[in-house]
Design a protein around this ligand. Sequence first.
Ligand SMILES: NC(=O)c1ccc[n+]([C@@H]2O[C@H](COP(=O)([O-])OP(=O)(O)OC[C@H]3O[C@@H](n4cnc5c(N)ncnc54)[C@H](OP(=O)(O)O)[C@@H]3O)[C@@H](O)[C@H]2O)c1
Length: 334
Amino acid sequence: MNKFKSGNNKPNIGIVGATGLVGRTFLQVIQERNLEYNELFLFASEKSAGAVIEYNGKKYTVQEATPNLFENLDIALFSAGGSTSLKLAPFAAENKCIVIDNSSAWRMANAVPLVVPEVNPEAINKHKYIIANPNCSTIQLVAALKPLSDKYGLKRVVCSTYQSISGAGQKGIDKLYRELEGNLDDTKPIAYSTLFHSFDEGEDFTNEEIKMINETRKIMSLPDLPIAVTCVRVPTIGGHGESVNVELNSEFEISDVMKLIANTSGLVLMDSPARDIYPTPAIVDGTDPVYVGRIRRDDSVENGLYLWVVADNVRKGAATNAVQIAELIINEKI
Ligand SMILES: NC(=O)c1ccc[n+]([C@@H]2O[C@H](COP(=O)([O-])OP(=O)(O)OC[C@H]3O[C@@H](n4cnc5c(N)ncnc54)[C@H](OP(=O)(O)O)[C@@H]3O)[C@@H](O)[C@H]2O)c1
């Protein structure tokens, strides 16, 4: 069956934001996972138009992303910031090109599925040509919570993040290296320090905290889930860490939780404190799973559990999750 504009069963794929940190990682992940495509097109802003990217033995010229580029595309992977997505995704949808968007622009729109393939793949069915990739910190949190929610039920979740500066894109990484070389930013250094994300006028919570709360409830279909979040940027590169404290609805044994995590697809149990084995940003850097360690009972509440959850924010938190969504679409697995 020919189901794509290409005229065969392989889609024409575009990457919008191909020169950025996530865009470049899309290319790596597509290659590693052998995602089949008919033709590939790379887009960025006017600034990078004309740049040549060599990929899989072929030279691609980056084009400026404009509204007319979707006519011939089946799937567009967006990682070019919220304003670009807001502006261009509707043109893609009009042209029956499925957008998988990494920005926060569409995540909370009712008609837009917000998808983590290990958690709510069925949500993709409802798409109207725009599918949102959740926030990087949310993806790893819900991946770890899902098996616990299914088996024991969630009563309350508390999460504090230790987020890599790579979450701020290439410019975040460049800033950290610059500062480590001695050029400390006077106003908001990240080297030897921590930062909060931005606040909207009149808000006590940062944008990132609000995103994590709302997105977790949407993805898990738990609109009333009690959840408390504090998001912090730390001077690491390679992955986000999350200290997660969960109150479950029913009793559990730590050994059963360990088995559950170890047997859940997409999760890796890394928890041997006596041997200093636990996940860190350096360990997870460049890999796709969500790693869980420091699993402990929290006796301060009924059925309380501690977890330490780490994942590469640029891969599972962005590119890999989006490519997994594309795989589900291409393979019609759902
Ligand atoms: N980094 C992460 O961990 C992470 C995780 C989840 C989601 N995200 C989201 O993914 C998106 C990209 O993040 P990033 O980390 O890859 O940022 P980045 O390294 O700064 O890259 C930004 C990309 O967007 C392109 N771009 C900027 N303005 C554009 C425009 N008007 N039209 C077309 N392309 C434009 C840039 O192209 P030029 O080369 O032309 O400037 C570049 O390719 C953001 O929405 C971010 O929130 C990032």
